[in-house]
Design a protein around this ligand. Structure first.
Ligand code: ATP
Length: 245
């Protein structure tokens, strides 16, 4: 393993009953990189992220996943996702996963529950309120009553409250208006510039490749292409299959 490896997936296979969702993939993310995993519906992208976070339903898993050199178990820490936050591994799942019966402010505090620097936590919350003024206006509103876009902003801010080493994002642009998509991608780029390592799963291949350093293309459970994101933006095969060009 390279010393700057944050995440290393080797030979990962996931099968849901007879459905082989992931068929032996290798994927690595180095410290400070923004890596994107793109691919069509059903390619196996979310399954790959769930294997990293240990949130897969009961299914057959083979291969290894190492985070900062330590093996993660793809199925057994499902009930211990708080452990991931303690290890500074944060995930913004598809469908957001905010605490619906808590206010925005309480959600942000929950994101920081592993920290005890109270004053700095409040400073961070204020910082996120500046980035997303909509959240500030609604700080006492229950998260379950927020719009999809507002929940996405909150989920992202909450994940970042733990100052993660690795941030996993599952389809952050899904269901958002174009202006919101731009905002979310601006935040992703900023987070990356601050040195946080990011693995971004996206169907919006153009935006993802524009933001990323490196990319993997997943098709029917296998990695079919990998390389520099800018090169892939100009690759005719990627353009034909994913960029509508
Ligand atoms: P999308 O972009 O549409 O979210 P994806 O690339 O994230 O797709 P996955 O959600 O990982 O794809 O799904 C990969 C395959 O595994 C699909 O064929 C899907 O139907 C199947 N699958 C996912 N979850 C389950 C499950 N719990 N039980 C059975 N099959 C599943």
């Amino acid at each position: 393993m390279k010393p700057d490896n944050v995440l290393k997936i080797s030979g990962l296979k996931v099968a849901y009953g007879g459905i082989k969702a992931v068929k032996g993939i290798d994927l690595e993310v180095d410290r400070g990189e923004l890596v994107t995993l793109i691919g069509a519906n059903g390619a196996g992208k979310t399954t790959t992220l769930k294997a990293i976070t240990g949130t897969l339903p009961p299914c057959k898993v083979e291969g290894t996943i190492a985070y900062l050199g330590q093996a993660l178990n793809a199925t057994q820490h499902a009930t211990k996702s708080f452990k991931l936050v303690e290890q500074k591994l944060a995930m913004v799942p598809e469908g957001r996963g905010v605490f619906t019966r808590m206010t925005i402010h309480e959600n942000l505090l929950m994101g920081a529950y592993t920290r005890n620097d109270k004053a700095a936590i409040e400073t961070d919350i204020e910082k996120w309120y500046t980035v997303f003024p909509r959240l500030k206006e609604r700080s006492t509103q229950l998260a379950g009553t927020l719009s999809g876009g507002e929940q996405q902003m909150l989920a992202m801010a909450r994940a970042l409250m733990c100052h993660p080493t690795l941030l996993l994002l599952d389809e952050p642009s899904m269901g958002l208006a174009p202006i919101m998509v731009e905002k979310i991608f601006e935040v992703i780029r900023d987070v990356s510039k601050q040195g946080i390592t990011v693995l971004l799963v996206e169907q919006n291949a153009k935006l993802a490749l524009q933001a990323a350093n490196r990319a993997y293309v997943m098709e029917s459970g296998a990695i079919t292409m990998t390389g520099n994101a800018q090169d892939m933006l100009h690759d005719p095969r990627v353009q034909a299959a994913y960029l509508g060009e």
